[in-house]
Design a protein around this ligand. Structure first.
Ligand SMILES: [Mg+2]
Length: 379
């Protein structure tokens, strides 16, 4: 089955209530960006993949590099396509939704979900509720009670206050209130930085070590991104100095950067983002590299429903992914907002598991009506 054409669409879906992310303080998000890639084939099958707002960069190389890489090539040639996308990364960062679209087409061609083509290890995965806004401890405790009533066994809090003592006091208050009913992880988001309106409080090594030790005493499941994402030595030294699990890697790219993490021993938990870091094929390879070190692979998924759908297919194919990020911070980041580009949102069952979509390819359908309504650019 040969690829005959490829299309790029940028849709900007307005958010009625702006989302105040911890990672971009002072810049509430007013839109959800969907960069939708469509791959057409001579069989009539169409494959889809999507990331956030990389369309502007990709549009510059769409005619000159992306189309020549794809058109006329058989959809089974995923290795050549992944290698070609690695080269395109030199010009337009994060082209991995293209790899996902090819795999979606390939799965539809084979009439199999992607996870069954790559290992078929698990058809459901424990989801953890991943929150993204700064809230008061009281609001967070209310959120936790809601997550518990909905079946979640684990949640993640992002901390980002000016003084880490405020972060720690808040986490302590939440642990005291609900720590016996739900596991709690903490994300410091120090791995990368937005240059926003408000300066970000960057942690040095001593701060990261202090916070890790305090969270360890509180019984926190893991500390995520305590230092800059390319500080391999610092991360490794930190991990060796504490017993709390250290997690990270969400925006690092491709097999070679994860090789560096593994070589240094930076993390216990590796959080490759399928649509931002590596695509389906390289994510599966990274998961195997992580498995060889007897560590946990679990994808970062904070993009939107198409990012989660791609991550679920890789996560379902491996044995070392015991849980997965379910980005969920109602009311401003509900699954109806996150998955608005899908005809059906991806939900968690009463026991806190998310089921890997079992249809061919990604196993999800695009909500074309919504994409058409909010399209700002199409190629
Ligand atoms: Mg994170």
């Amino acid at each position: 089955m040969k690829i005959t054409d490829a299309h790029l669409t940028l849709a900007e879906v307005p958010l009625s209530d702006p989302f105040r992310s911890t990672w971009n303080p002072g810049n509430p998000e007013k839109k959800l960006f969907v960069t939708l890639v469509e791959v057409d084939t001579d069989d009539g099958v169409k494959g889809y993949g999507a990331a956030c707002d990389s369309a502007q960069l990709l549009s510059g190389v769409w005619e000159t590099q992306v189309k020549p890489l794809l058109i006329g090539r058989d959809v089974t040639e995923t290795e050549a396509i992944s290698t070609g996308l690695s080269n395109i990364c030199l010009y337009a960062y994060r082209p991995w939704a293209i790899d996902v679209a090819v795999w979606d087409a390939l799965g539809k061609y084979a009439n199999l979900p992607i996870y069954k083509m790559l290992g078929g290890a698990q058809d459901k995965i424990l989801a953890y509720a991943s929150t993204g806004e700064l809230k008061t401890p009281e609001e967070r405790i209310e959120d936790a009670e809601r997550f518990i009533s909905e079946g979640f066994k684990m949640m993640k809090i992002r901390v980002h206050q000016d003084n880490v003592e405020d972060d720690l006091a808040e986490v302590e208050q939440i642990v005291k209130a609900v720590g016996n009913k739900i596991k709690i992880a903490v994300d410091a988001n120090q791995g990368w930085f937005f240059v926003g309106k408000k300066a970000v409080n960057k942690w040095d090594y001593k701060t990261a070590l202090y916070v890790a030790k305090r969270l360890e005493e509180m019984g926190i499941e893991w500390l995520e991104e305590p230092l800059y994402g390319y500080d391999y030595e610092g991360l490794a030294q930190l991990r060796q100095s504490v017993s709390i699990n250290i997690a990270g890697g969400e925006l690092n790219s491709q097999v070679h950067e994860y090789k560096e993490f593994l070589k240094h021993g930076c993390f216990d938990i590796y959080q490759v983002d399928t649509v931002l870091s590596a695509g389906i094929l390289q994510s599966r390879k990274i998961a195997a590299m992580v498995e060889a070190e007897n560590k946990i692979y679990t994808p970062h998924t904070w993009t939107h429903g198409m990012g989660l759908a791609a991550a679920l297919q890789v996560a379902g194919s491996v044995t070392n992914c015991p849980f997965i990020e379910y980005c969920y911070d109602p009311p401003r980041w509900d699954y109806t907002i996150r998955d608005c580009m899908l005809t059906e949102p991806l939900k968690v069952d009463k026991d806190g598991y998310i089921h890997v979509p079992d249809g061919p390819g990604l196993g999800v359908e695009i909500n074309h009506e919504l994409i058409d309504k909010y399209t700002v650019r199409k190629m």
